[in-house]
Design a protein around this ligand. Structure first.
Ligand SMILES: [Zn+2]
Length: 491
């Protein structure tokens, strides 16, 4: 009995132990599950919080970006406004009032912009004050290349020195004349501004006098520059050696100093006039500059572009020309010369000059006496200009005769004038000679003819020392004449 009792007790104790173990296990699992659940909840919550913060951050960023881009847009708009205002100022200063007003009106919000409205009123008032230029009172002046160093330019007693003293103007004289003419109200217009041109279907050109409107006190004049080729004969004469482009792609000059060093700067009319117009925009009508008369026999603008320098042309080729001694010397001194590259460079410079308002004309290829040479010689000469100069300057409709000659001494070019008929057939419609009278302009249906006044050493000397001045409408020759001039000998 006692044994039975004790085995039963044992069984019960075992069972209880098992139960306790089970409860322990179960509670352990429960606790683990709770911990897991807490972890999950926390993790979920944490994730949610993070997303919310990120969302908040990106919202702020977007707002900032929006603000930034709006500010940038505003700044861009203001920049554009300033740019267009400056453009309109330039257009108005250069007498293109309609273009100036159109520019101002193109600015966003122009109608509500007080400053713009004020400007528009001012421009309209100036426009209303303008009167048409009397076409019979447009003068035309011309220069050759300027003498930078008179000590070299006027040195010696030979015919070259005499020529320089007669035909050339010094840099100082040019600057004084330009300032004086500006002070007197002279405004540079293009030769092409003088006519209204229409063209028939068959290409026939018709001219009518144009209307140029200028404010009171302003007078129109045309500028031309002859022989801007920097001939070999100018070497060591204190004149620029070529036109080159500066670091901004604008035309400037190369000048070789006495010690052989090469410098660049405004050593001739082109960059000097460009700088003057930049400072005085109202010196030019709608950006017009001068017209440049080029021969071809030594190349153009200081570049040796004539066919004669193209040593690749064989001697038996009819295009082969014999080199003059100075041309041969130049080629000998430049063994790396490449004719094609030279032409490309000259064209680049001519393009930059045209973009700046300059125009080009023929001065005949060989600086011909157009009245004296035969018809055949004129044809050959014109063909050579068309072949070696026209492609570099984009062709021209203007011929500025050399030696001051003309196709006739009479008042009109008549159809029986065969040199005129030939030049017309080659597309020349503008013809200029030399005439020191104040005004000499003829506008016919089929051509324009204009006389030009030489503002050179000869003229300045005569006007400074003579009893009457032919240039007093433009400047005081006594003030302009370079004191470094000692005489003007006959040629
Ligand atoms: Zn000439």
């Amino acid at each position: 009995m006692e044994k039975k009792k004790s085995s039963n007790q044992k069984k019960r104790r075992r069972r209880r132990r098992k139960q306790r173990e089970l409860i322990l296990k179960a509670s352990l699992v429960g606790v683990l599950l709770i911990i897991l659940a807490v972890i999950l909840v926390l993790a979920f919550r944490g994730g949610k919080d993070k997303t919310q913060t990120a969302d908040k951050d990106s919202g702020k960023k977007q707002e900032q970006q929006q603000e930034d881009s709006e500010a940038a847009e505003e700044e861009q708009k203001e920049k554009q406004r300033q740019l267009l205002m400056a453009q309109a100022d330039l257009q108005a200063a250069q007498y293109d009032y309609d273009a100036a007003m159109a520019t101002l009106n193109s600015i966003e919000g122009a109608a509500e912009d007080e400053e713009i409205q004020q400007k528009l009123t001012q421009i309209q008032q100036t426009k209303d004050s303008c009167t048409p230029v009397n076409m019979n009172e447009v003068t035309h002046i011309f220069y050759h290349s300027l003498v930078v160093d008179p000590e070299k330019g006027f040195a010696g007693n030979d015919s070259i020195a005499a020529g320089f003293k007669q035909w050339m103007t010094t840099v100082d004289e040019f600057n004084k004349i330009t300032q004086s003419m500006y002070d007197k109200g002279y405004v540079m217009v293009s030769l092409h501004d003088l006519v209204e041109q229409t063209v028939d279907a068959d290409g026939t050109v018709h001219f009518k006098p144009a209307t140029i409107m200028l404010p009171p006190g302003k007078k129109a004049y045309v500028l031309s520059l002859d022989d801007l080729c920097y001939y070999h004969s100018y070497d060591n004469r204190g004149i620029a050696s070529k036109i080159v482009l500066d670091e901004n792609g604008k035309p400037t000059c190369e000048y070789i100093q006495s010690d052989g060093t090469v410098v660049t700067g405004p050593y001739d009319c082109v960059p000097l006039m460009d700088a003057f117009v930049e400072q005085h925009p109202d010196a030019s009508y709608r950006g017009a500059k001068g017209i440049i008369a080029l021969t071809g026999y030594n190349g153009i603008l200081g570049y040796r572009t004539d066919g004669v320098y193209n040593t690749a042309v064989p001697e038996e080729d009819p295009e082969h020309f014999f080199l003059s001694s100075d041309q041969q010397k130049w080629l000998d001194e430049h063994p790396d010369f490449n004719w094609d590259e030279e032409c490309a460079e000259a064209k680049k410079v001519a393009d930059a000059m045209k973009a700046d308002g300059w125009e080009f004309a023929s001065h005949t290829w060989g600086h011909q006496h157009v009245a004296d040479i035969s018809y055949d010689k004129l044809v050959r000469d014109t063909e050579r200009w068309a072949k070696y100069v026209a492609p570099l300057v984009g062709g021209t409709d203007t011929i500025i005769f050399a030696h001051g000659q003309d196709l006739t001494s009479g008042p009109d070019y008549t159809p029986d004038n065969e040199k005129f008929s030939y030049l017309k057939s080659q597309g020349f419609n503008f013809y200029c000679n030399v005439d020191s009278t104040q005004y000499w302009l003829k506008i016919e249906d089929n051509y324009l003819r204009m006389g030009r006044r030489n503002l050179d050493g000869y003229r300045l000397w005569q006007d400074a020392h003579g009893t009457e001045s032919k240039t007093s409408d433009l400047f005081d020759a006594r003030e302009v004449l370079d004191p470094r001039r000692t005489d003007v000998p006959d040629l």
